[in-house]
Design a protein around this ligand. Structure first.
Ligand SMILES: NC(=O)c1ccc[n+]([C@@H]2O[C@H](COP(=O)([O-])OP(=O)(O)OC[C@H]3O[C@@H](n4cnc5c(N)ncnc54)[C@H](OP(=O)(O)O)[C@@H]3O)[C@@H](O)[C@H]2O)c1
Length: 350
């Protein structure tokens, strides 16, 4: 039986190689998902290298960024057609362009967020979605800033007008988005209340500028937030955790305060009766980055604001975990298992 399976495998491999030679098809390494499940469904495979169509650029990837949405997609919580190559963020060099491309030329250093397929050596991206990567930004940084950086940008600019001294509660403050929010809020002079699960994470968030840290797995963050705000509650709560936090946000926010729910790393938040918001006149917002990148101008404005923060030094990317592409399973397990801080990156190629 084993020999039979081995023969079929070798036969397929041979056919694939012959076809590649005959049609001069170039091959690339890519992580593929053929079924939803835990991280073990991530498989390294050989695939034909894609060719750019009109308006597209082929990017030779040097690094891919991991994001919590990769976990939702892999597990099947967010549906995507199968099979697919995961990853929504990357950085690299333009290898080839299709007809009509004006935004980039071959050889440009670029980054992007929002197109699936970045756990691979090459990815096809709509040229209008590429962000020029300045020379002083490494490819790893280029794969670390777009999705989480532009998310922090819209969360801080679109829902609540943050003023110096405002109390802003940031959940999972030592995570990828969390650390960027903390640094930006510090730059603006807000008082930042961060929640984290461990003392190590508390130290990291404190170093990034969080004013107060609450170990929300052990301490009651509603009680603590009230104590830190003279009983009033937070002005603005930014919640990417969901199930374990959202119900309590409604208590921890001040009268006429704002909550933005933009993720669900602990699971989807419980349903809410809309009229219950009336009691404290709460503004509740639902965030999704891809509704805030409607035009190329909007994309470049958000990306360039993040890049400017990095250039000026008040914003830093904390890239604590870099794995080779073939270790995508371990990389996702780290993120999903609540073990990561800051950004998790896959390094691709030399
Ligand atoms: N809507 C958007 O536009 C958008 C864009 C980007 C990201 N997001 C969301 O933002 C959130 C953060 O994303 P990220 O990529 O920066 O991830 P991350 O914050 O680096 O990692 C998730 C963190 O969530 C916390 N967490 C709480 N309960 C958890 C649980 N049961 N299992 C796993 N983690 C748990 C953990 O921090 P502690 O150990 O400190 O609790 C963990 O490190 C995610 O929900 C993501 O989907 C949304």
């Amino acid at each position: 039986m084993c020999i039979y399976i081995l023969l079929i495998y070798l036969h397929q491999k041979l056919l694939f190689t012959v076809a590649s030679l005959l049609f001069e098809e170039k091959i690339m390494k890519a992580i593929r998902i053929t079924k939803n499940g835990d991280a073990s469904v991530l498989e390294l495979q050989d695939l034909p290298q894609p060719k750019p169509g009109p308006g597209e650029a082929l990017v030779r990837l040097k690094a891919a960024g991991l994001n919590f949405i990769d976990i939702y997609i892999r597990s099947g919580r967010y549906a995507r057609p199968l099979p697919h190559t995961p990853g929504l963020e990357g950085a690299g060099i333009v290898e080839a362009i299709g007809d009509g491309v004006t935004e980039v030329v071959v050889g440009d250093r670029v980054a992007y967020a929002g197109t699936m397929g970045s756990y691979a050596e090459f990815n096809l991206i709509k040229a209008a979605n590429l962000i020029p990567l300045p020379n002083e930004i490494t490819f790893e940084q280029g794969a670390a800033f777009p999705l989480q950086g532009m998310t922090a940008h819209y969360l801080l600019h679109e829902y609540y007008p943050i003023k110096k001294g405002d109390h802003v509660l940031v959940h999972a403050a030592a995570g990828g988005v969390g650390l960027l929010l903390v640094q930006w809020l510090k730059y603006w002079g807000a008082t930042i209340i961060g929640t984290v699960s461990t003392e190590t994470k508390a130290n990291i968030a404190r170093e990034a500028g969080a004013t107060h840290l609450i170990r929300y797995t052990e301490q009651d963050f509603v009680e603590q937030t009230k104590a830190l705000t003279d009983g009033k509650g937070a002005d603005y709560i930014i919640d990417g955790v969901g199930k374990s936090t959202f119900d309590h946000d409604l208590e921890a926010v001040r009268y006429r305060g704002t909550i933005c729910l933009f993720g669900s790393s602990s699971g989807p938040a419980n349903p809410l009766a809309p009229n219950s918001l009336q009691t404290k006149s709460i503004t509740l917002c639902g965030g999704s980055l891809f509704n805030y990148l409607n035009t190329r101008e909007e994309l470049l404005k958000r990306a360039n604001d993040v890049l400017q923060g990095l250039r000026e030094g008040w914003l830093k990317l904390k890239i604590d975990h870099v794995f080779p592409l073939e270790h995508a399973i371990q990389a996702q397990q780290l993120l999903e298992g609540r073990q990561s801080t800051g950004k998790v990156i896959l390094k691709i190629g030399d």
